[in-house]
Design a protein around this ligand. Sequence first.
Ligand SMILES: [Zn+2]
Length: 365
Amino acid sequence: MPKFQWFSTVMCLVLLCLNLQAAGPGSGGGGDTINPIAVEPDAVMMAVEEYGFPGIVGWLHGAENKYRRSQDPKNDPYVKLFAGPKTIYDILKTTPVELRFKEPCYDVSGQAKDGSIYAYKSGAICLSPFLMAPKLGETNVKEQTLALVLHEMSHLLGTTEDEAIRIQNDILLDFTHIDFDDFWQKTTRAHNAMMSLLHSIDDHIQNPSKFSSADFTTLVESIASKNEDIETTMRFGGSFSTERFMMMSPQMEDKMEANLCVVTNLNNAVYATDPHQTADMRHSYQEQLDSAFRGQNEITATSYYNNAVCIDAEKNPEFDNLRIRRIDNQSDLLASLQQEEDFLSILWTNMEDYIVGQLQFIELR
Ligand SMILES: [Zn+2]
């Protein structure tokens, strides 16, 4: 055999070898996605502990708002979460999450599952960080865990498997598209800022003689701007009807909308007598007040709205429940400031629940 021929035969064998190796033993030409850095089981627990309550509740507030606006609420799968005698908010507060670090959860027929409504502890749902962690990475452990918690909890209100999966997909998509941490930080900042405003209002009410009328004007201006901040922060990740996360329930939001009428009235009253305004401006604020009250001393927010537009024309049951007082002197001003303080205290307490609230969980290691 000539030298050259021998060499090319060896080369062919080598190339053939390389070729076989590239294809891999038993390769069928397909592929699978990979999870490069699987999380530790503890990451599933962290997701439940740190994000579980605010993440799910914040999302549910947005979902409830959408549900309330839906064309056909009776046939909406969310009817089971929001319209029964027990709601998903009750379930979230009272249902512990049993976390199994050494074994799967099991469904009714004994099949191993990532999550289940069957747990050792009665009244709890089951999640298995043991099965879940190898399938999850840092980029999706939080949303996948929360979505599965909500899937299982929704079953406790009677959702079918299809409905539970739809809800699980809905929350998963919103978490994937929206920076929840950003929303969370803004909410916490708004909550902290409210505390100093509450102190300031209270100080003015308790010691009015300490403050000039210019101080009261400044206070009312900061109340108005704070209310605006809260409104902007409250809805996150969408327009009015498509927000994905909300820091307060739709009922609380209705109260907030109605309360803007108190703020507008305070604003008009202090500007109507503010020496820093031009005479024309003072006159125009006074006219707004006169046209709103039409000779009466106290009216509902609905009448205030109808007489002198100060709030959205949205249908809002709270407008009829809220009384707006005419402000003619300092004691009227203090009474209205007290009304604003009462509202902000309720709002602050509501947000506090949301900010420090946690899901209950049990670790089985
Ligand atoms: Zn299910």
